[in-house]
Write a protein that binds this ligand. Structure first.
Ligand code: TRP
Length: 334
């Protein structure tokens, strides 16, 4: 079978296990991860080295990592098709990150808006890791010679920097890295806060009513949607200035596959109460099998361990080839 058939493109993506995973993460990224697995050669990671750029409480951190791992399997990451590992288990990431640090300029890192935002938010802990974070992210991507990286708006600048680092290295030595392109998934929803729909839904929001966690209980999900901020017009349609309703429509559309027009028809003449209940129920029903699978996985620690060890081994085998190539070109003694 491995004749001249075109090589499947490699996709790399990662998510930080920095807290509970939200509906925003799911509809914005994770749902697409699972959808891409047939078309692409997918390599997924939990970016747990990135996570310690913000101080973590050890027991909670360990719990968050395992929870995220099990939850992503429950969402449909399929280890028969894809690799899904923990970044901290594959030593090539930290090694290439160090090397790439030396090919990344202080000025470039200083311009990263996420660094500026995070250092304002954690003014008591502006550590060097927070600053060099994009070099680690570049290492993640370049180690696997990824062709495509699905990115939301908040990571676009980091991917741009990754491209610059790759091109710089290739130019200094000879072609070594694939220069990755951003991949904009066909239906990537941008889910906003249920309490302030001008802002992105975020698990670090102090108000837990503003986000839906994938593991929230059904009654909590329904309540959060009932309390979602809308407007005083009481008409379900998509329009500028109706951020709250637009957001709920986006969520409903993404979950049910219905178009905005169909949704407008479905709720013509009905109020926001009915609409919010319908959205809440659709989300609950969609998450139910995911939550059930999660409950099975998280009980089965041996199985989880087998999964992440296996994937780490595969990831190492691929990534070490790139690392060796890089080191040889730089001049390290083989
Ligand atoms: N920095 C990303 C985030 O916080 C996570 C991440 C780490 C990532 N390495 C990556 C995303 C490589 C894409 C590719 O969301």
């Amino acid at each position: 079978m491995e004749q001249n058939t075109e090589r499947k493109k490699v996709i790399f993506s990662a998510i930080q296990p920095s807290g509970t995973i939200t509906l925003g993460n799911y509809l914005g990224a994770l749902k697409n991860w699972t959808a891409m697995q047939d078309e692409f050669n997918c390599i997924f990671a939990l970016a747990d080295l990135h996570t310690i750029t913000v101080r973590q409480e050890p027991a909670k951190f360990r719990h968050n990592i395992l929870e995220a791992y099990a939850l992503l399997l429950a969402c449909g990451v399929d280890l028969d098709k894809s690799i899904f590992f923990m970044q901290s288990h594959v030593h090539t990431h930290a090694e290439l990150a160090w090397i790439l640090n030396c090919y990344t300029q202080f000025g470039e890192l200083s311009r990263m808006t996420q660094f500026k935002d995070k250092s304002a938010k954690h003014a008591d802990n502006i550590n060097a890791g927070l600053f060099t974070y994009p070099a680690l992210m570049a290492a993640d991507i370049l180690l696997y010679q990824a062709d495509l990286v699905p990115v939301g708006a908040d990571q676009k600048q980091h991917l741009e920097l990754t491209r610059n680092i790759a091109e710089r290295f290739n130019g200094l030595y000879s072609p070594t890295f694939v220069v990755p392109d951003p991949y904009i998934p066909k239906n990537g929803a941008r889910v906003m806060s249920l309490q302030d729909p001008s802002r992105k839904m975020s698990k670090s929001d102090e108000n837990a009513n503003s986000y839906v966690a994938l593991l929230d209980k059904p009654e909590d999900i329904l309540r959060k949607f009932k309390r979602a901020v809308t407007d005083s017009e009481a008409s379900v349609h998509y329009a500028e200035g109706k951020d709250g309703v637009n957001n709920l429509m986006g969520i409903y559309s993404s979950i049910t596959g219905r178009t905005f027009e169909q949704i407008e028809q479905e709720f013509a003449g009905k109020g926001y109460g009915d609409f919010k209940t319908a959205v809440g129920e659709a989300v609950v029903e969609h998450l139910r099998p995911i939550q059930e699978r999660y409950a099975d996985y998280i009980k089965n620690k041996d199985y989880l361990q087998q999964c992440y060890r296996d994937s780490a081994e595969k990831a190492l085998a691929i990534s070490i080839r790139t690392l060796r190539k890089v080191m040889k070109k730089i001049g390290y003694v083989q």
